[in-house]
Write a protein that binds this ligand. Structure first.
Ligand code: ZN
Length: 147
């Protein structure tokens, strides 16, 4: 039987080797750049938003396997979600990687990254894309629901 640890590692290796949504959205509604000086990870997150829904999300950057896989998994899990859902998912993910309070059902594939809580120095790698997303969502008034 494959251990969960091995399974998680495979998800991370796969997403690092072939990151999903790895491109720039030229006409993005909002974007932000993130940097994790502890590890040297850099990531830019781009969002297309219609009303209150994230219709497209992508990233670019360079960094360690954890930061790249995390950004890739994040973009996969955000498409079609509302801004509120994205924020709530970020909170759940953050709790899961820092305090071992994982809501497995809500996290889906993001569970693969929760192993980093054993390695505090890597938590910033795993959350960089999410912090950048948060900054992107707050960077532009167009991102805030006006309803
Ligand atoms: Zn890193």
């Amino acid at each position: 039987m494959i251990s969960l640890q091995t399974l998680y590692q495979e998800v991370i290796i796969d997403h690092n080797r072939a990151p999903r949504n790895f491109h720039k959205i030229e006409d993005a509604d909002c974007f932000a750049d993130g940097f994790n000086p502890l590890c040297g990870d850099k990531v830019s997150v781009y969002l297309k938003i219609s009303g209150n829904i994230i219709t497209d999300v992508s990233f670019q950057g360079c960094g360690c396997a954890i930061s790249t896989a995390s950004a890739s998994l994040m973009t996969e899990s955000l498409k079609g979600k509302s801004l509120e859902e994205a924020k709530s998912l970020f909170e759940k993910f953050h709790l899961a990687v820092t305090e071992d309070k994982s809501d497995d059902e809500a996290l889906g594939k993001l569970i693969a990254l929760t192993g980093v809580r054993e390695f505090p120095s890597r938590v910033k790698c795993a959350t960089l894309a999410w912090h950048t997303l948060n900054a992107a969502m707050q960077s532009d008034t167009e991102c805030v629901s006006t309803e």
